[in-house]
Design a protein around this ligand. Structure first.
Ligand code: AMP
Ligand code: ZN
Ligand code: FE
Ligand code: FE
Length: 282
């Protein structure tokens, strides 16, 4: 089986509808995919319908934004109960904070570049989690930069002049909340140094003690040494190892299915799920 456990749709900062992401998975010859939009499960219903229609397995998931010591940590949560209040409160708080933060970043950017809040709003699908990629799309539409990646090299960079942080829970707490929601927490791209600062192994050790299930080792933002490090640490801590594309449609060069997860690992993820959400066997 060919399995990709990390993709994004228009429910967050991907450029395709959830149904089109499932169709892309199928066209790429995948048997299973996880839809893991940032801080939302809004894409699940449409993706489920498409998975059933197209005969693909769907693992309903989410990518939770967390932060510790100013370092951004992304936590994938598979098969969570989307109505579990503890987790829901945190992601709603993050989504609300993201809205204010986008406005503030646009204010700062507008001092030097042609961009308005309405320009950004025009790039965000109804109810989607707003993020820097939407600001990037507005900058592209206004001719400031040629594409999303160019927007991130300076204007939207973590340490750039216009960056504003948003509320994000502690990663150890987020692991606990994913388990409380019956889900299976896997740390996304743990050592992707090229994306920004990454946490020490000690933080991952504490996440493991709180119930972390796995590490995403095979990801395009990891070089060979970083993949090895992730695999070694996973062995050390008794964690699963996944590989995924982090597909964002046209928003990033990542191609769906470019990294894969072993079928036994998906089996273990499913076995650990303790809530009402199940893999959709389309
Ligand atoms: P935010 O959560 O709003 O701070 O935005 C972070 C998101 O921007 C990440 O989840 C990525 O999907 C996206 N991103 C980060 N770097 C880049 C890049 N170089 N090109 C395109 N998208 C990026
Ligand atoms: Zn994203
Ligand atoms: Fe991520
Ligand atoms: Fe992602």
């Amino acid at each position: 089986m060919r399995i990709d456990l990390h993709t994004h749709s228009l429910a967050s900062d991907g450029t395709e509808t959830p149904a089109d992401v499932v169709a892309a998975a199928r066209a790429a010859g995948l048997d299973a995919l996880a839809l893991t939009d940032h801080d939302t499960t809004r894409g699940w219903a449409e993706a489920t319908d498409a998975a059933v229609r197209l005969g693909v397995w769907l693992v309903p998931g989410i990518e939770i934004s967390t932060r510790i010591d100013g370092i951004s940590v992304h936590l994938l949560g598979y098969l969570i109960d989307p109505d579990a209040l503890g987790l829901l409160n945190e992601i709603e708080r993050a989504r609300e904070s993201r809205r204010g933060r986008a406005g503030r970043m646009v204010e700062l950017l507008a001092r030097d570049h042609p961009i308005t809040v309405d320009d950004v709003r025009a790039q965000v699908a109804d109810g989607a989690t707003i993020g820097r990629p939407h600001i990037a799309d507005a900058l592209v539409a206004n001719g400031v930069v040629p594409n999303r990646s160019a927007a991130f090299t300076h204007l939207l960079a973590d340490d750039g002049p216009y960056h504003v942080p948003y509320y994000a829970p502690d990663p150890v707490e987020a692991v606990r909340l994913v388990r409380e929601a019956g889900g299976v927490p896997v740390m996304a791209h743990p050592f992707a140094g090229r994306r920004g600062r990454v946490v020490d192994d000690e933080v991952i050790r504490r996440m493991a003690s709180a119930g972390l299930a796995g590490l995403e080792a095979d990801h395009r933002d990891h070089d060979e040494a970083e993949r090895d490090h992730a695999r070694r640490l996973a062995t050390d801590l008794g964690l699963l190892v996944t590989g995924s594309s982090d597909y964002h449609g046209d928003g990033k060069p990542n191609r769906i299915g470019e990294n894969l997860t072993a079928p036994e690992v998906l089996e273990q993820i499913e076995a650990q799920a303790a809530g009402p959400t199940r893999v959709v066997r389309g």
